[in-house]
Design a protein around this ligand. Structure first.
Ligand SMILES: Cc1ncc(COP(=O)(O)O)c(C=O)c1O
Length: 423
């Protein structure tokens, strides 16, 4: 149907709301616990890289001409080689950086990879399994493309593999389809901050193998780990057939809009075909900056950043424990987020944020958007599918951006307001 100017928009525009991430970026508050914005960034290193590059470009206009130009859709080979080396040496991804570096490709943020993966794998009615709750930047495009989402219960160790197995059976029974994707963020999940233990990673891989389902392993927070990191699920995928592995420079370098992935070859081909139509290529200049960073400085930068994120986390956890009313929180060992749930099941954290938190200079992300707008959940016994369940008495509290004083002050303030509201 045409709008008042006579324009006829696609049906999805009327069904899908603006991204909550974008919506919240517009607020300017003193106590910012909303988006996954990195607050500790190697700005001095990045500035040095840029001034070195500036000198090199003046001396070498040919290099400058190439770096300011279009490049290959999947990324510049020199940058892919650098990424392959890090993925192999530090993340245990089973690719040989010498001769298998072209298994790596880049996108404009891992968000673009998530979108392109959905765009190339999902027809309306296809089935996807996600944890409950899950990263909204994955859920919303999945719903937009007509996926049937089955959300699977999680606990303090993340998604529960037995329920994933049940969800696959239920998908076959109810829709006559094996799911196309199992989506997980194994290291310090968004939004709950939980980390999948090794035995669950193995179990998920085995389930995916036995049913021929692609695992989408979104490792956005893999470098921001307060304990010894656990090997990715991708480490089990020796043949590069079963796991689409995504990383991002956003959390471990800077938000330069570069994500990197190791995808099974046939998946990579389709994703890059899609990317070619979305943006032709990613900026070569940005790849040059990141190439310097990943080949020379990342270890130094992470050694500085990770302990500082840990301190921010500890300050937030302490302030929650001291000031929040009855409820429970997760206990992350990395990443950017704590998930808090009120004991009061009638509490609506979205309504509370608009009415109370924002006027008090506070911002968090209410739990609602981390559940799909439409979809299914498992019944309590796990034997049937029910309409998607949402726990609106929850909130995601980000500790990455604000400094320790602001975190302690702001969380205490939020705790007092919540206590007044909930008793
Ligand atoms: C789990 C997860 N995946 C993907 C992204 C997207 O990251 P980017 O597009 O900046 O690479 C984010 C950003 O917050 C995230 O938390």
């Amino acid at each position: 149907m045409a709008d008042k100017n006579g324009y006829s928009f696609a049906t999805w525009t009327g069904l899908i709301a603006e991204s909550q991430i974008r919506a919240l970026l517009k607020y300017r508050v003193k106590y910012y616990f909303a988006g996954g914005k990195p607050g500790i960034m190697p700005t001095d290193i990045l500035a040095d890289i840029m001034s070195d590059l500036s000198e090199r470009y003046k001396k070498d206009p040919k290099m400058a001409l190439e770096d300011f130009n279009y490049g290959p859709t999947g990324g510049q080979p020199w940058f892919l080689k650098t990424l392959a080396k890090r993925l192999h040496d530090v993340r245990h991804i089973p690719i040989n950086p010498e001769d298998q570096w072209d298994a790596v490709s880049i996108t404009n943020g891992s968000q673009q990879a998530l979108y392109a993966l959905l765009d190339t794998l999902i027809d309306p009615g296809d089935v996807i399994i996600t944890p409950s709750p899950a990263y909204l930047g994955f859920l919303v495009p999945a719903v937009k493309l007509g996926a049937r989402i089955i959300t699977v219960p999680t606990d303090l160790d993340g998604i529960i593999p037995e329920y994933v197995e049940k969800a696959i059976q239920l998908s076959k029974q109810n829709f006559g389809k094996v799911p196309d994707i199992i989506y997980v963020v194994p290291d310090s999940d968004n939004p709950k901050g939980t980390t999948l233990p090794e035995n669950r990673r193995r179990a998920l891989f085995d389930i995916a193998e036995s049913h021929n389902v692609l695992i989408l392993e979104d490792s956005a927070y893999a470098e921001i780990q307060f304990k010894e990191p656990i090997r990715p699920i991708k480490a089990l995928d020796k043949e590069n057939l079963r796991v689409a592995y995504l990383g991002t420079t956003s959390k471990e370098a800077a938000v330069l809009r570069v994500g990197y992935s190791v995808l099974p070859p046939n998946v990579k081909e389709q994703v890059l075909k899609d990317k070619g139509y979305l943006d032709l290529c990613t900026s070569t200049l940005v790849q040059r900056i990141l190439d310097e960073y990943y080949s020379k400085y990342i270890d130094l930068a992470m050694q500085k950043a990770v302990p500082q994120y840990k301190k921010r986390y500890e300050a937030m956890a302490k302030a929650i424990d001291e000031s929040f009313p009855a409820g429970s929180r997760t206990d992350p060992t990395g990443g950017f987020f704590i998930w808090w749930q009120s004991e009061d099941t009638n509490f609506d954290s979205g309504e509370f944020m608009q009415r109370v938190a924002i006027p008090n200079d506070l911002l968090y992300v209410p739990g609602g958007p981390f559940y799909p707008q439409t979809g299914f959940s498992l019944s309590d016994d796990g034997n049937t599918l029910v309409e998607v369940r949402r726990e609106l008495n929850t909130m995601r509290l980000g500790f990455s951006y604000a400094d320790i004083e602001i975190i302690s002050e702001g969380i205490e303030r939020l705790g007092k307001l919540l206590t007044k509201e909930l008793g």
